[in-house]
Design a binder for this molecule. Sequence first.
Ligand code: FES
Length: 85
Amino acid sequence: EFELVLARSGETVRVGATETALAALRRIRPDAVYSCRQGFCGTCKTRVLAGEIDHRDRLLTPGERPDHLLTCVSRSTGGALTLDL
Ligand code: FES
């Protein structure tokens, strides 16, 4: 489990061990966009302002990886992730 923090509103949501960050995010942001939900399309790409990302996709470029997250597949390494939302 880990927490998502939405930087602009200060809202937080907990991502359970058996759900995706996208699913948790959509509880408080029902309009969060996605398509493939498998880490292929990039539609769910979200900028990360703080936290360590556990990347589980093969789509993001090395240049994107330090501060972008595909919420449909990737997670945190343990601590909170602060999103640019
Ligand atoms: Fe396609 Fe996340 S929804 S990469």
